[in-house]
Design a protein around this ligand. Structure first.
Ligand code: V47
Ligand code: SF4
Length: 398
């Protein structure tokens, strides 16, 4: 295996420092690296080095398989009472009259538009406003399940849950049970940002703490359900904050095993309060994917969210530890295009996505939200008249 030979080469490389060689040995032996070693990778690990280690792990786990799913996003509102400095939905940025606030019926009308589409998941998340409370979301999830029982509802984050449970005066445990009963299937990874209070207090506008975010996921996992995790990087955080974040996710995953995929989110600097903060380079984005893959040895998947980093970097990421690409999308949400992503109209048909993955020598596999294989597109021949509109979802806030 070529990727293994590359790692073996590092074990003998006199130009590498002893601590970096030791990390390569650990990766080769499938052993866990420590927080100090993670910090060292961020400080000294060159792209070629961390990339080869991450690719070795990725290929050992998944070979060339690259997962994607067909989903669409619904954002009930793009106005928010919180003041996250990186977000274009924040009340400091968005005046209420500039936004939308959909009723339950309007959301159902959006969902019904996909009735004839081969989508398997709806991803629901948006700003936080008082009318979107526990009752509203319980009614919404029930209405979706009544209309299309097979559609997987991946909805809301601890940011909303913390807010709506507090407002309804129910405990996290009671609240998550009510969501489960109403039809919630899984939780997306948003709202994590950076857990460490030194950074979170400056950027996260008074929303739930890192501890609360982790606790709500833990309770959800204890109910036997799955969720994702994200990290918003490349702004005012330092490497030690990224390691702290990854370490807390790894520790919770040891406890519950409930996380499915980790999605690093590159900070985009337009249309928000942090426009003066420069964005990370592509080299740093790829290093961050790779080090995340190396560090999170108990996560099955690392996902690239292509609307945010662009198609070319998404293709590159598949050689730096990423095995999962989100998703197939409709241009219905705006937060990343508003935040400065080069993908201003991020629609990608299933055929385009499959070709994007194949073009870099990987095997496209359509999955459902829980990573059951829906269809292997490796050798699929698209018919001329085959209409796969498959939509990719755009962001989500929180
Ligand atoms: O938590 C907001 C981020 C996240 C900006 O679980 C920004 O499958 C960069 O979590 N620059 C929401 N990022 C998106 C999200 C997500 C996306 C795709 C798939 C899944 C999943 C989850 O978007 C927020 C926040 O970290 N965000 N503004 C910005 N200016
Ligand atoms: Fe609101 Fe989420 Fe934006 Fe923060 S990131 S302002 S909680 S929508």
């Amino acid at each position: 295996m070529q990727t293994a030979r590359k790692v073996e080469h590092f074990l003998e490389d006199p130009n590498l420092s002893a601590p970096l060689r030791q990390i390569a040995q650990k990766v080769f032996d499938k052993k866990r690296i420590t927080p100090e070693e993670g910090q060292l990778l961020f400080e000294e690990g060159e792209l070629g080095f961390v990339g080869a280690l991450a690719n070795y792990i990725r290929e050992a786990r998944h070979g060339g398989r690259t997962f994607f799913n067909r989903n669409f996003h619904v954002e009930p509102t793009n106005v928010c009472l919180y003041t996250c400095t990186f977000c274009s939905y924040s009340r400091l940025i968005k005046k209420r009259e500039e936004g939308w606030e959909y009723s339950l019926q309007e959301i159902m009308d959006i969902i019904k538009k996909y009735d004839d589409e081969p989508v398997t998941e709806v991803h629901i998340v948006g700003g936080v406003l008082p009318q979107y409370d526990l009752q509203f979301y319980s009614d919404l999830f029930r209405a979706i399940k009544a209309h299309r029982p097979g559609l997987h509802v991946k909805a809301l984050t601890p940011v909303e849950y913390h807010y709506i449970f507090k407002k309804a005066k129910v405990s996290y445990e009671e609240g998550m049970q009510q969501m489960l009963d109403a039809g919630l299937d899984s939780m997306p990874g948003g709202g994590a940002e950076i857990f460490h209070p030194e950074i979170r207090d400056q950027i996260a506008g008074g929303k739930c703490s890192g501890e609360q975010w982790l606790r709500i996921h833990e309770i959800w996992h204890e109910l036997g359900r799955r969720s994702n995790a994200t990290m918003l990087y490349g702004h005012i955080e330092r490497f030690e904050h990224r390691i702290d974040h990854l370490e807390q996710l790894r520790a919770l995953q040891d406890k519950t095993g409930g996380f499915q995929t980790f999605i690093p989110l590159k900070f985009r600097n337009q249309g928000n309060q942090m426009s003066h903060v420069p964005e990370s380079t592509v080299v740093e984005d790829l290093r961050n994917y790779a080090i995340s893959r190396i560090y999170l040895d108990n996560f099955d998947h690392i996902k690239a969210y292509w609307p945010m980093i662009g198609r070319n970097v998404a293709q590159l990421s598949l050689s730096f530890g990423v095995d999962d690409i989100d998703g197939t999308i409709d241009d219905t949400t705006k937060i990343y295009s508003m935040a400065g992503s080069e993908e201003q109209n991020p629609a990608l048909s299933t055929r385009e996505l499959v070709n994007l993955i194949r073009a870099v020598g990987r095997n496209p596999i359509e999955r459902d939200t829980l990573y059951n294989v829906v269809q292997d597109f490796t050798d699929h021949v698209f018919e001329e008249d085959e209409q796969f509109k498959g939509y990719m979802s755009l962001p989500v806030v929180n």
